[in-house]
Every structure is written in C-alpha cells, then in structure tokens.
Design a protein around this ligand. Structure first.
Ligand SMILES: Cc1cc2nc3c(=O)[nH]c(=O)nc-3n(C[C@H](O)[C@H](O)[C@H](O)COP(=O)(O)OP(=O)(O)OC[C@H]3O[C@@H](n4cnc5c(N)ncnc54)[C@H](O)[C@@H]3O)c2cc1C
Ligand code: SF4
Length: 445
C-alpha cells in the first residue's frame, strides 16, 4: 500500500489516481461551449432555474457565454452559488436543472447546463479572479461555523462577503467535507474542491483544522460567538452487524473512498463485495473496479426497483463492470487464518424473509459496507435549545434557524443526506438570515 503522506499534497492529484479516475464529463472547448450556449432558448420563467436548489439564473449565465463574457457569466453563477464550480461537476443534473429543460418537450437533448457552468467557472479560476464582497469594511458580530463542508462554506462565504468575522471549525485536516473526501474523484478531484475553497479563505474566513467540536467545545463557542451555524453532515456509516462483520477487511465505504481520494490507497486486488445499493455503494464499487479489483459485486437485499441510487448511477456502474446481486442478504463473514475469504449470503423473498436452501458463498477479500450513515446525535443533542426531529436538526425552512435563535443549521444534518447543491442552498439561506439578524441586533446599540 502506497502512502501519499501529507494531506496538503492533495492540492495536487496523485498521478496513479489521476490516471485511474479521469474526468467523467470533460470540459467544453471554447467553440463547443459557445455553440451549446446558443442552443438555449432563454426561457422566461426558466424551469431550470426553478429546479436548481440554489436558483442560479441559468438563462442569464448561458447568454453571457454566447458573447464570451465569461467573468460576467461566472459572477451570475456565484451570486447564487459560491460553490458553482464543484456543483457543475457533481450535481445530479438529470433530476435537477437539465431534467427540467424545455428541450425535452421537443424531443431534443437538454442544454448541457452543468458543462456550461463548469466552462464559465473554470475560466474564472484560471483568470485568478476573487470572490466579490457585498460590503466593503467590517461589521460587528462573530460567527462560528461547525464543519467545513459545503453547507458551512456557503454560510461562511455569505457572512464574510457581508463583512462579518467568521471562524470555521473542522475536525479533519482539510476543508470541503464530502466534496473533498467523498464525491467520486472522476466527478470532482479533491484538489479542485480545495482550489475553490481557497477563494473563501481569501475573503478572510478563518479556518481551524483538526478541531473536533464536542459538547464542551460547543459550550465554549456558545460563550465566544454571537451566532453559530451547524453544518456537521452525518456521522459514521452503520457497521455490518453479522458474525465476522468486525473483520479488519470489512471497511466502511466512506473510509474507503476517503482513503483513495487522499491516495492513501492506490490499488485494490482480489474480489470485493459492496453491501448496500445507494449512491455511496455505487461510488465505492466503481472505485474498487478502477483501483484494480478482479471482481466487484453489489449485494442488496431489495430488488432493482427499490435501490436508492439514481438510475444513471446504476447504468454507470454496470458500464464499469460492477455486478449486482439482488434480494441477497449477508449472513456471516468467514475468514481463514485471518484472511477474509467468503461472505455467506442467502436469497430473500419480497418480504425480505430468507428463502431456505438458497444460501450460497460469495468469495471475497474485501467487504465494503454502504448501509447508511447515523446522525451525530451526541453533539447535536448537546446544542442548547436545538431540537431534533428523527435525528435531524429541526429548522425553519426559510432561514435555517433552529429553536434556539442563536443557532442555525443546514446540509445533511438537516435534510438527512441529499446533494451538495442542497447543502449550498441551505448555507447561503442561513448566512443571509444570520447577517440580517446581526445587523438588526447591533443597530440597536
Ligand atoms: C460517497 C458520497 C458521494 C456523494 N456524491 C455526491 C455527488 O456526486 N453529487 C452530489 O451532489 N452529492 C453527493 N453526495 C452528497 C454530498 O456530498 C452531501 O450532501 C454534502 O457534502 C453535504 O454537505 P454538508 O456540509 O452538510 O456535510 P459534509 O460534506 O459531510 O461536511 C460536514 C463537515 O463537518 C465536519 N464535522 C463533523 N462533525 C464535526 C465536529 N464535531 N467538529 C468539527 N467538524 C465536524 C466533517 O468532518 C465534514 O467536513 C455524496 C455523498 C457521499 C457520502
Ligand atoms: S448548481 Fe447544479 S442544479 Fe443548479 S444550475 Fe448548476 S448544475 Fe444545475
């Protein structure tokens, strides 16, 4: 196993990872981008803008590409979505903006909104441009953001752009949350995620890395800061609770994905079983294939129709060579002399009851579990006056405000696990409301 030791080196992609995870949707060349932008009908009441959780003015940014006003185009994107570059790479556009494109009604290909967005944002980054401040100068009020994932980053950027002092506390060594550590590398490289965040650092946002906020830390933050944004995402994956499920070669999908994205592992050998059939399972299975596994099987107790992964992710995994074992339940893991050898399984009926006599052995050397993440209950429950609803932070939708008026929240810890663009939308909404609240509070003095 090769170690690519210093996380800071992730600002450059490891050559083996770069070779095995090339861009899934390569960027447009200039001429192709202008041609594609000219196909846009510039709809009034654009359904794409309505379908985008951050409500980017899609026709407006596309129109600016037709005249090669790329900085204007990027600015339109950034006004709505400060992580416009990463969203252009990771958004499941079939079910968002491109899925809503009117071109579908004419049996035409939808406008490639995400690739156009990437084109504008790449040009913005290549030109060394900076994020615009909305308020020149500084305002009274200190804000803490817990977690440095997309939700907190969007909140921090909005508050800093409005002149407030923001400190982000992050337990990991690098910012970005799942944008840096989780999203498939062929969609968004860890280095591209970090490059985008440098612009938020440039706004003056202070980052404290390697700081895991616990209940005591939260009490300190409560004393020191005026307002707090909670953007901690979800916790660890559920473990495999069957005999042998604690073997060292049974690993959590998020750990596996983070390990290859940080290039702590650059290859996988032998046969791999991935348990679960959500988007994370698909990402882990595709990654294992690309890292050189001999065979990768997704083991899922339900039928194809009940898998939670998007259809396009399922189709993609089949193209990568992943095989699917439907209505299959793991029973126990067998190791021989410490080496993982077999996952014993049984077939189940439609009510998920084991079918007697259907047991079989699936040879495998590595098992990756992707059966959902648990909420970070002990931290969330310790936040004074913040209430939870089924493990999710309860907030007022328009502002992200919790039952404690000094605490706001957004992203996966509120919605239970959706997309990057939803987390960005939550963070920006909360940042805007927090700025209003601070402005009003300090105006009284
Ligand atoms: C494997 C995987 C692949 C995905 N792929 C896609 C995709 O292709 N497209 C897409 O749109 N979405 C994708 N998603 C979903 C998307 O990544 C999330 O919805 C999004 O990152 C949520 O942002 P967040 O800020 O709420 O949480 P996170 O991104 O999880 O960030 C939370 C941050 O808080 C930190 N933190 C947690 N607890 C503490 C603490 N106590 N103290 C300090 N810091 C703390 C964490 O370390 C983390 O950095 C994927 C998710 C997974 C798991
Ligand atoms: S942010 Fe995502 S959903 Fe919104 S317009 Fe861009 S690609 Fe589409």
């Amino acid at each position: 196993m090769e170690i690519w030791s210093d996380p800071k080196t992730m600002r450059k992609q490891h050559p083996i990872i770069a070779e095995r995870f090339p861009d899934l949707h390569p960027p447009f060349a200039k001429q192709a981008a202008v041609l594609e932008a000219n196909r846009c009908l510039n709809c009034f009441d654009a359904p794409c803008t309505a379908a985008c959780p951050t409500h980017i003015d899609v026709p407006k940014f596309i129109k600016k590409i037709t005249s090669l006003n790329l900085s204007g185009s990027a600015q339109t994107i950034l006004d709505a979505n400060v992580l416009g570059a990463s969203c252009s790479r990771v958004c499941p556009v079939d079910v968002l903006c491109e899925g809503a494109c009117v071109m579908h009604r004419y049996n035409e290909q939808p406008i490639e909104i995400a690739r156009l967005q990437r084109f504008a944002m790449d040009s913005f980054h290549a030109g060394g441009r900076k994020l615009r401040r909305k308020y020149l100068g500084s305002r009274a009020g200190k804000i803490a953001c817990i977690g440095a994932g997309p939700a907190s980053l969007a909140c921090a950027a909005e508050m800093a752009q409005q002149g407030f002092a923001v400190t982000v506390f992050e337990r990991r060594e690098l910012p970005g949350g799942l944008n840096t550590y989780g999203v498939a590398e062929y969609k968004l490289t860890a280095s591209a995620s970090l490059r985008e965040i440098e612009l938020i650092e440039d706004l003056g946002v202070a980052f404290r890395f390697g700081v895991e906020i616990d209940p005591e830390g939260l009490r300190r933050i409560d004393r020191e800061f005026d307002l707090v944004f909670i953007g901690v995402g979800l916790g660890q994956g559920h473990g495999l609770k069957i005999a042998g499920g604690d073997h060292s070669d049974v690993v959590d999908a998020l750990d596996f994905i983070a390990a290859y994205k940080m290039a702590r592992i650059t290859n996988t050998s032998g046969k791999v079983a991935v348990i679960g059939a959500g988007n994370t399972a698909i990402d882990a299975a595709n990654a294992a294939m690309r890292l050189g596994a001999e065979e990768v099987s997704i083991v899922y107790r339900g039928k194809r129709e009940s898998m939670s992964a998007f259809d396009f992710e399922y189709e993609h995994a089949k193209l990568e060579g992943v095989r699917f074992l439907w209505q299959t339940l793991p029973i126990h893991v067998r190791a021989d002399g410490g080496t993982l050898e077999v996952l014993h399984c049984t077939k189940v009926d439609d009510a998920l009851r084991p079918i007697s006599g259907s047991e079989f052995s699936l040879p495998c050397n590595l098992i990756i579990t992707a059966i959902g993440q648990s909420p970070l209950l002990s931290l969330l429950e310790s936040a004074k006056g913040v209430t939870l609803d089924k493990g999710r932070v309860a907030v007022e939708r328009e502002t992200g405000q919790t039952r404690n008026p000094r605490y706001f929240a957004g992203g996966d810890c509120v919605n239970g696990g959706r997309e990057v663009v939803d987390a960005v939308a939550d963070g920006k909404r909360a940042g805007t409301a927090m700025a209003r609240q601070l402005e009003a509070a300090y105006a009284r003095f």
